[in-house]
Design a protein around this ligand. Sequence first.
Ligand code: 5GP
Ligand code: MN
Length: 342
Amino acid sequence: MFDQAQIEQIKLIRDYISTAHRAVVTCHMSPDGDAMGSSLALCRVLNNMGVETRVITPDEPNHNLLILPGTDNVIWYTRFQPMVEKCLSKADIIFCLDYNDLKRVDRLEDSIRKSSAVKIMIDHHLYPNLDSVSALISCPERSSTCSLLYSVLSEAGMSEYVDEDVATCILAGMMTDTNNFSHNANHPEDYLIVSHLVSQGADKNKLYNQLFNTFSESCLRLNGYALSHKMEVYNQYHAALIWLTRDELNEYKYKKGDTEGLVNRPLSIPGVIYSAYLREESDFVKVSMRSVGDFPVNIVCEKYFGGGGHLNAAGGEYHGTLNQAVDLFKSLLSVNMQYIEK
Ligand code: 5GP
Ligand code: MN
């Protein structure tokens, strides 16, 4: 599972943990199920080991993730800045989970850099940036940081600290990053891990209901509206686009997370290879892209939308108006054919 260099890194991480008193676990902006799941899981493992630990996020987690055990103790920079800075300055270790570059934590970046704590990155995104990082476990071939974290804990001899809550958080991240094991889901090791997690008390049926099958009425209607009125399909270019303005989001009482998964829906149309969802925020446009096969949405997001990510799931922030972002996407339709016509 791990090569010799990675095993050495895991030993180093174990040594850092054994001398630590206080730790902080951080994850990327707009934390998703994998980011929150891995952070909460590691936080609980460390607390179980007697290391006083807290999860700090750049901004507020999606409300549908509040079902995860431990979320009530999470603090985020945009609301709890003084407490966040105090925790970071007192920490011996700062873990960086589910992100590959300190840029991904937005305004938390400076406070993390300023802290004298050891920084340990555990992640499954491509091209990790080692700047300021003392130990790194980078496995882009893994389907989620949660699954990777479980393997790291096993290799580090820390499995005994995986209790029911830890198992629940890890399973939640594994499920959300693979859309309930429907993509990136042919990794045999993931199913061995799921078996251990369920044995530990994680309830997969309940998690599925909570994470994939619970929506408010306004959220359901917003998604219906987006699909029936705001989706364009460009069959000849194998592409689809959905975009929503602030006014539309407000009309449907949009709450963070309400359109999670929307970008995947056009991919169910035969012939559609990639899909984008543009959401107007107050000072930028949030871009999400998904694809099937070898169409590299990470390259498109990196080149044109100030972001990046994985081959089939990427995102970014466009600094301009929503209309400009829509026009840019449409102007790329023919350019992107280079990734399709091989
Ligand atoms: P989502 O579309 O769910 O926001 O993000 C999907 C994936 O794209 C994330 O897991 C992350 O890898 C990547 N991603 C999303 N937004 C950004 C961004 O602003 N910058 C970068 N570098 N990656 C992003
Ligand atoms: Mn992830």
